[in-house]
Design a protein around this ligand. Structure first.
Ligand SMILES: C[S@@+](CC[C@H](N)C(=O)[O-])C[C@H]1O[C@@H](n2cnc3c(N)ncnc32)[C@H](O)[C@@H]1O
Length: 249
């Protein structure tokens, strides 16, 4: 067994220039730290779900904003001010920051990796100081499956955070929590690799399935980041495959 120092445990491969790190223009514009591409195998927290983590990568702001606008046109069960937004696998918090620009009741991010959690919390402090947060926001450290949905209407956001075993456990936990409850749950799913898991889960109806294009600036930035990966294991296109789901009980 090797003994790793605290500094070594905290370092995530994919966050240094030598690992192919390239800064996204979102970070340059706002002075936050959400760039980097950390392969799933480097995301260790000690939890049994670590081995199902896909990767850390921040969502393209243009895709996030377009998908939320599409959701707003989907006749949600309540006004946005009543919805809690939950980023399932919040990483460094880019989606949380973007959601907090909207008047949700609250914006929560759940993240399993402690290093990413720490970085995300710093980003939230910067966002508040910039005056960009219109709503309370918080990063919760822990596993998404163990996180309890807050009372009232919820909008969950998933940017392909984990593999099928965790996705199935998450949907089962949500179905149990929502059974017989008058509240609503909508899901925004970006890079929807596990669409078939949702299709097989009773109680969820799909409202939208399609591609959402990145803005030109996001496409250029993401292509550059992907091209710099030392092992070239991840890819990006000019669009993301996305879906929107609603709990119908
Ligand atoms: C692709 S990143 C998405 C980051 C963020 N949602 C965004 O869009 O900017 C997926 C994140 O999910 C996290 N994750 C993976 N498995 C998880 C779990 N079981 N519980 C909570 N977070 C998890 C990873 O650590 C990673 O930060």
């Amino acid at each position: 067994m090797t003994t790793r120092t605290v500094a070594e445990r905290r370092r995530l491969l994919g966050l240094k220039v030598g690992d192919g790190f390239t800064r996204h223009p979102f970070d340059e514009e706002f002075g936050v730290r959400t760039s980097g591409l950390v392969a799933g195998r480097h995301l260790k927290s000690g939890h049994r779900h670590d081995r199902h983590a896909t990767a850390y990568y921040g969502v393209a702001p243009s895709v996030f904003r377009a998908l939320v606008r599409r959701w707003q046109r989907s006749r949600p069960a309540a006004v946005i001010e009543e919805f809690s937004f939950i980023d399932v696998g919040a990483g460094m918090g880019r989606a949380v920051l973007l959601a907090a620009e909207l008047p949700f009741r609250q914006v929560l991010g759940v993240e399993l990796n402690p290093t990413l959690t720490r970085i995300a919390r710093r980003n939230l402090t910067v966002w508040r100081a910039l005056g960009r947060a219109r709503t309370p926001m918080k990063i919760i450290s822990g596993d998404a499956v163990e996180f309890r949905l807050p009372a009232g209407p919820c909008l969950a956001f998933l940017f392909n955070p984990f593999g099928a075993p965790v996705m199935r456990r998450l949907l089962t936990a949500w179905s149990k929590a929502l059974a017989g409850r008058p509240a609503s749950l909508d899901i925004l799913y970006v890079n929807n690799e596990l669409e078939s898991v949702l299709e097989r889960q009773p109680g969820f109806a799909r409202l939208f399935l399609g591609q959402i294009r990145r803005s030109r600036a996001d496409a250029i930035a993401d292509h550059k980041i992907m091209a710099n990966q030392p092992e070239r294991e991840y890819a990006s296109a000019n669009y993301e495959d996305c879906s929107i789901w609603r709990w119908v009980g």
